[in-house]
Design a protein around this ligand. Structure first.
Ligand code: FAD
Ligand code: PYC
Length: 414
């Protein structure tokens, strides 16, 4: 694999940067693999990478119906944090956070992870009680968390308006949280997985899951039948469609979630601010655009766009909290299809079909989990057992009733 370093940069600079190689191969699918991952988003690619790296598996393929990262991975607003409420989720997201902290070095690809802090505003006494409780729970789990006063919020973002229709009473603050560059995450994992022999096959839609005697034997795809005893479905908003191919009904709703970016500005916004009550969140990308979003569109659907009133409401909230941005022009708007589970927590699990595994239900918040999700999913697929970090996130919790309700920490409504 071509190694990125200051020396390779200098070497390529003198040859006008014409010597860089392709970052991953585009192989024809083989007729058989030891494991196949369906979905070439960050989670699927990370699963393939850790299967090869941590479990020594070699004959692995990732099948992607479009292009790498073309799903939610490169449509999200890149917020990374681990300040959830319950032990199970905090520990899972904190595992991801620790992987993020060494990820660029591990995969030798700059994912531009920037720990600039994330602030969740509290606008009511109940918000503040919830924030105190969550900050306390985070600290008990070894996660950095603080409660900020209005004066401390102003010290970080001096131009914020705290006298919104529900005045800001304080905030939770995770200093190690931040943002990363989403498409670099997909490309970096793809490159690192490819270097370990994983076949990444784009434009290869999975259309059927072939089973014999209750076990997976292979996949029908746009590029023909592929034999394999292990299939991991990592398809976010299309998870229910894929699971239905194996006669499994998931407790998942697929909804559009929108985001938008402004024209680029000089650096002005030093952190990430989220408000559940006024209902919008904002950060600034390294390119300079303000990155803005809010909650899901309430209807179910597969269109990657969303409706106008949602973005209108989002921008009203942004202008209310940050009147300084009232004349900034918006450049682009888009939607992704998020896979919403009843308890706002993921499903990372075996299924009733032998050899079929599922990773979905991340809803509006899976980007932050990408490396951790891939890491535990790889363990589950390789050993046919959940890791301690994902044991609580099994599909059967919707039968047993052991739900892990993270709606409060999900940060945007869903
Ligand atoms: P995806 O990247 O969607 O990958 C799934 C892949 O499966 C897709 O590429 C798709 O084409 C492929 N696929 C589907 N069907 C098939 C098939 N039949 N055959 C082959 N391939 C198939 N999370 C955060 O943590 N922080 C945020 O700030 C944040 N903001 C968000 C903002 C928006 C607007 C959106 C839409 C999401 C946001 N999220 C955020 C959520 C986050 O993006 C997702 O949870 C996460 O990216 C899911 O990753 P993934 O790899 O599972 O999914
Ligand atoms: O999970 O932190 C999050 C998030 C922010 C915006 C969308 N999801």
């Amino acid at each position: 694999m071509q190694h990125f370093s200051i020396w390779s940069l200098l070497r390529n600079a003198v040859s006008y940067h014409e010597g860089w190689q392709r970052q991953w191969r585009s192989p024809q699918p083989r007729s058989e693999y030891d494991a196949v991952i369906v979905g070439g988003g960050g989670h699927g690619l990370a699963t393939a990478y850790y299967l090869a790296k941590e479990h020594g598996m070699r004959r692995i393929a990732v099948l992607e119906r479009g292009y790498l990262g073309g799903g939610n991975t490169a449509r999200n607003t890149t917020i990374v944090r681990s300040n959830y409420l319950w032990d199970e989720s905090t520990q899972l997201y904190e595992k991801a956070m620790k992987l993020w902290e060494g990820l660029s070095q591990d995969i030798n690809y700059n994912v531009m992870f920037s720990q600039r802090g994330v602030m969740n505003l509290g606008h009511t006494l109940q918000d503040m009680r919830d924030i105190e409780r969550r900050v306390g729970a985070n600290r008990l789990n070894g996660v950095d968390a603080e409660v900020l006063s209005p004066a401390q919020i102003k010290a970080i973002v001096p131009f914020i308006n705290l006298q919104t229709r529900y005045p800001v009473l304080g905030a939770s603050w995770q200093p190690r949280a931040g943002v990363a560059r989403h498409d670099a995450v997909a490309w970096g994992f793809a490159r690192a997985a490819d270097a370990r022999g994983v076949d990444i096959i784009q434009n290869c839609e999975v259309t059927g899951i072939r089973r014999e005697n209750g076990a997976v034997v292979g996949l029908e795809t746009a590029q023909g039948f592929i034999k394999t005893p292990k299939v991991a479905l990592v398809a976010a908003g299309h998870s229910s469609v894929l699971a239905a191919m194996a006669d499994i009904r998931l407790p998942i709703e697929s909804h559009p979630l929108q985001a938008l970016v402004s024209e680029p500005l000089k650096p002005i916004f030093p952190t990430v601010v989220m408000s559940n009550a006024i209902h919008a969140y904002i950060s600034q990308s390294d390119k300079g655009d303000l990155v803005i979003g809010a909650g899901i569109d309430q209807y179910s659907g597969y269109g990657q766009r969303g409706s106008y009133h949602t973005i209108e409401h989002t921008l009203q909230a942004i202008v209310e909290m940050f009147p300084i941005f009232s004349r900034v022009r918006m450049n682009r708007q888009w939607g992704g299809i998020v896979d919403v589970s009843p308890d706002a927590c993921p499903i990372i699990s075996r299924t009733p079909v032998k050899g079929l595994y599922i990773n979905c239900g991340w809803g509006t918040g899976g980007f932050k989990a990408t490396p951790g999700s891939g890491w535990v999913m790889a363990h589950t697929v390789a050993t046919d057992q959940p890791h301690a970090l994902n044991a609580a996130f099994a599909l059967d919790r919707f039968y047993s009733g052991h739900l892990i309700d993270e709606h409060g920490a999900a940060a945007v409504a869903h």
